[in-house]
Design a protein around this ligand. Sequence first.
Ligand code: UD1
Length: 350
Amino acid sequence: MKVLSVVGARPQFVKLAPVAEALAEAGVEHVIVHTGQHYDAGLSDVFFADLRIPPPDVNLAIGSGSHGAQTGAMLAQIEPVLLAADPDWVLVYGDTNSTLAGTLAAVKVHLRVAHLEAGLRSFNRRMPEEHNRVLTDHAADLLLAPTTVAMAHLADEGLAARSVLVGDVMADVCLRVRDKVLGEGLASVAGLAPDGYLVATIHRAENTDDPARLADIVEALAGMPVPVLLLAHPRLRARCAAFGIELSRGAIRIADPLPYPEMVAAVVGSVGVVTDSGGLQKEAFLLGRPCTTLRTETEWVETLEDSWNLLLPGLGGLAEVAARDMTGVGQAQPYGSGQAARAVARVLAG
Ligand code: UD1
């Protein structure tokens, strides 16, 4: 059997890591196509190296662009690669423009598509990720869902017959890397003492593209009572430069995005996370740190249980809640026990 994975952006490389390993273990031929949506070494190459992912067989080097231009360029260039490889399954991941382009290219040439991380919904039709995931779910042949909530969303949309609950592959990789990082002993990150800082990331269009909104977020982070390790996505830096917003001030300690093991170590060593990233909300939960999410909704609703994750789009009270004490607060295991990628390989082979 042959599986062809289409990936392109940072969170997809993280999801690819355990899947590539499980497919290799199962003796499945695996072709990796990188669209080139993310091309900075710190957002791409370093993940392949650290997470021991085989290098991509094909890199389309599409790069950045408006949604239409970027997605369209991918669509045109993925098609001949699919025709040449002729896989049994095209596997697409998550909700980026690379996900949608891979899906459309595959269904147009009558190849079977499996969507990993199917069924997530924010119900916010302004988000590009929401367009991507809804369209992908409705076009795909096999929907690999991470949670029972995702399964319910798929059933609500008439997609139950194509859906399988496999668990969350991000839990596989996060828990494995956590154990390795803890085994090696936590180093201080960016000179910050463990248990004395917050980790923050901001990159979503709804937070970065409106100058007043972005200025309010940076102001709130600068005013936090403990240092804030702000891991700056290129989009955040670019928008702040364009709007004349100074990032390095007050509590903020600005740094580049971290490789995955360093990111896990930074969260484990922190007193909490402030973010608008989907993946980081869940990583904070899995690593037992409180998360405050600067959005009006989350796809990962399980993290909201017992206030492990708080939605705080208005920013009010951020200084009081970001490092809230969660000692003694238990957690369910909604994301599986770290065996989801093996389930993915089994279902694809079945
Ligand atoms: C994309 C995904 C988002 C995901 C995020 C993870 C879509 C619609 N969005 O957002 O769901 O959470 O990846 O990081 O697919 N840039 C660089 N170097 C790079 C890549 C991007 O400098 O290697 C800059 C460019 O200025 C670019 C901007 O970042 O225009 C945005 O990149 P893009 O790929 O369009 O989306 P992300 O914001 O990264």
